[in-house]
Design a protein around this ligand. Structure first.
Ligand code: CUA
Length: 151
């Protein structure tokens, strides 16, 4: 009957939606922790951490990555983190508005001077992720690239 067909069609659609969501967040060996990025008050963080942008281990499998964006690069480059780790990124800009976006993933945040964007990400497997800037920031915008290496 038609009713049965509609039911099957609806179930196929639901499965397809779930597969899409799963592939987008987990299938690439990367998982966003929490729904969205937060913005941290700069005063909550030691500004010195951005003077020497780096990855710091804060727990057994937990890391904090302090990243700066500036015309037209990211520091550090590459950001190197181990597999099976949870990494909280703190990203700020030294000049104009940029973005910090991991290619092929849903990790994407605006990077605003005077503000710190916070994102927690789980990395499962060794892999390289290209980092790009999605906000037009000047003539070198299209060449503004970085790298996150999961080793
Ligand atoms: Cu930085 Cu576009």
């Amino acid at each position: 009957t038609y009713e049965k067909l509609w039911l099957v069609a609806a179930m196929v659609l639901i499965v397809a939606f779930i597969a899409t969501i799963t592939y987008g967040s987990v299938g690439l060996g990367i998982t966003m922790v929490g729904d969205q990025q937060d913005t941290v008050e700069p005063t909550e963080l030691d500004g010195d951490r951005f003077d020497d942008p780096r990855v710091a281990q804060v727990g057994e499998n937990e890391y904090e990555a302090y990243v700066t964006a500036q015309i037209f690069s990211f520091q550090p480059d590459p950001v190197v983190v181990p597999e099976n780790s949870e990494v909280t990124f703190y990203v700020t800009s030294r000049d104009v508005i940029h973005s910090f976006s991991l290619v092929g993933t849903n990790v994407n945040t605006m990077v605003i001077p005077g503000e710190v964007s916070e994102m927690a990400v789980e990395f499962d497997e060794p892999q390289e992720y290209g980092v790009v800037c999605n906000e037009y920031c000047g003539p070198g915008h299209h060449d503004m690239e970085g790298m996150v290496q999961v080793v």
